[in-house]
Write a protein that binds this ligand. Structure first.
Ligand SMILES: [Fe+2]
Length: 250
């Protein structure tokens, strides 16, 4: 009996040891998988949650801007670019002689990232000196993140809308390099204009539509920021058709 007990004990101990060893290797494997899990999936899921909040009025648009900018500051660009398959997506693109070329592909399906996102996304590709022409937005919260290259980026507050003009106020005028970002809402920095300063420039864009119950129209409103200078740094800027805007600034 003592022998059996001893054998049983040994088997038990060995069993425990095996179990421990198996658990340990499973844990290591899981930790390894965690490490391999794209940071981008969590980052995009967070971006989606903030987007849901602004869409459902749990966040104001300006709060959305603050939270998105905080996330943008934490973006792991190498991981994000791998996640969106940047190399393949942008290789040999026929870049436009005027304005930007927008490219987009569905994100890979990975655990933790909803397949139905509240925001639209694309990458804007520009040749040197070409621009995302100056435009304002209606009923949209949107963000730019520089993925590659440099841009001269300008933003303006849209202070007032006239018949064929806007009263605008310059708010941001900066050289944007890799990792830099800016955001837009109906209430702050509503107009932007990005001109490529490097051979090529690539900008990651996300946008949440229908964020304002008071504004039914959507889309871009093009504008010429070089208008009549008014008091207090304001500018009376003529609104433009898309063609006019891209002929002049694109
Ligand atoms: Fe825009």
């Amino acid at each position: 009996m003592p022998n059996i007990s001893r054998r049983m004990f040994n088997q038990g101990a060995l069993g425990s040891l095996l179990t421990f060893s198996l658990l340990e290797s499973l844990f290591v494997k899981d930790a390894f998988a965690q490490e391999l899990k794209p940071l981008a999936a969590k980052w995009l899921a967070d971006l989606n949650a903030i987007g849901q909040d602004v869409k459902h009025r749990k966040l104001t648009q300006v709060e959305w801007q603050e939270q998105v900018e905080r996330l943008m500051a934490q973006a792991n660009l190498a991981d994000l670019m791998k996640f969106v398959d940047f190399e393949k997506l942008t290789k040999g693109l026929p870049l436009s002689d005027r304005g930007e070329l927008a490219v987009s592909r569905k994100f890979p399906e990975v655990e933790g990232l909803p397949t139905k996102l509240v925001f639209g996304h694309q990458i804007f590709a520009l040749k040197k000196d070409r621009s995302v022409a100056p435009h304002g937005h209606n009923n949209m919260a949107t963000a730019f993140l520089m993925l590659q290259g440099d841009c001269h980026g300008r933003h303006y507050d849209r202070v007032e809308d006239g018949e064929d003009f806007m009263i605008i106020k310059p708010t941001i005028d900066d050289q944007f390099t890799v990792g830099q970002y800016s955001t837009i809402s109906d209430y702050k920095d509503n107009i932007h204009w990005f001109q490529a300063k490097s051979k090529t420039a690539f900008i990651f864009n996300i946008h949440v539509l229908n964020v304002n119950a008071e504004i039914t129209q959507g889309g871009r409103v093009y504008v010429d920021p070089f208008g009549e200078k008014l008091a207090h740094g304001l500018v009376k800027a003529k609104t433009l058709s898309k063609k006019q805007a891209y002929d002049k600034f694109g």
